[in-house]
Ligand binder design. Structure first.
Ligand code: NDP
Length: 244
């Protein structure tokens, strides 16, 4: 799974490992955090390895799988998997009047191009009957002009999900998107700096709280399980009612 060092991805890694998966915890620059995720899993009796690859650069998918193949080799297992979670992402384009071409290109490279080619390069390693879970956002169903470029990249993630679901059905692979609303992670730490600002984010949800990584991880775990076998191509709202 991508972006397992911090935030939502860390929560997903812990949950999938608790469910019995051997988790390849991918990270970009947060090596210590990735190691912490892996150690937390191992100390609970689970299995995990850390793999590093910078996403958003040319050759990123090939580099990630080179690290994956090597890591699995050290575990003594074939370089194959059942579940791909495209979670790593960056935010912060600003409004239409603020977004720059450089920032937009970076958002597309990390949030859209990387997942596309991670799937392309991963298909021969992904077993039939497997799962692809892409992390989308409430921002594709509720207007989010505060970060227009970011919202657009998540729209592309939904489109990727739909097309892949159609194509990969013949292999019994399901492809779904999970859409968080605001979740308490580094991504929006600056938006929670004062109690008033945190309360405003909490108010997006009908439950009047900011989401936690495990709120999202539990939904991902369902989609990764056999219980979800008849669900594919879906946008699964995990926003705490943010878009109601
Ligand atoms: P965080 O910023 O907390 O963590 C981002 C993760 O992605 C880290 O593990 C980071 O790894 C990895 N990552 C980011 N950029 C790169 C890169 N260029 N190369 C490699 N790895 C990278 O984010 P969240 O946990 O909040 O977000 C996870 C996903 O959820 C994202 O797709 C985000 O868009 C989505 N989301 C988040 C919401 C929220 O409110 N938090 C709301 C809706 C959607 P490292 O630090 O090691 O580089």
């Amino acid at each position: 799974m991508t972006g397992g060092s911090r935030g939502i991805g860390r929560g997903i890694a812990l949950r999938l490992a608790a469910d019995g998966a051997l988790v390849a915890v991918h990270y970009g620059s947060s090596e210590a955090a990735a190691r912490e995720t892996v150690e937390t899993i191992r100390s609970s009796g689970g299995q995990a390895l850390a793999i590093r690859a910078e996403l958003g650069v040319v050759g990123d998918a090939a580099a990630l799988y080179a690290a994956f193949d090597a890591g699995m080799g050290e575990f003594g297992v074939p370089p194959e998997f059942d579940i791909l979670v495209n979670n790593a992402g960056v935010s912060g384009s600003g409004r239409i009047t603020e977004v720059t071409e450089e920032v937009f290109d970076r958002l597309v490279a990390v949030n859209v191009r990387a997942p596309l080619f991670l799937v392309q390069h991963g298909l021969k390693r992904l077993r039939d009957g497997g799962r692809i879970i892409n992390i989308s956002s409430a921002a594709t169903r509720r207007a989010f002009p505060e970060s227009i470029g970011y919202a657009m990249t998540k729209g592309a993630v939904d489109t990727l999900t739909l097309a892949l679901a159609r194509q990969l059905g013949e292999r019994g692979i399901t492809v779904n998107a999970v859409a968080p609303g605001f979740v308490e992670t580094d991504m929006n730490a600056r938006r929670r700096q004062t109690p008033e600002a945190a309360a405003a984010l909490a108010a997006y949800s009908v439950f009047n709280r900011i989401g936690r990584p495990d709120d999202i991880a539990d939904v991902v775990a369902f989609l990764a399980s056999d219980d979800s076998r008849w669900i594919t191509g879906q946008y699964v709202d995990a926003t705490g009612g943010t878009i109601l």
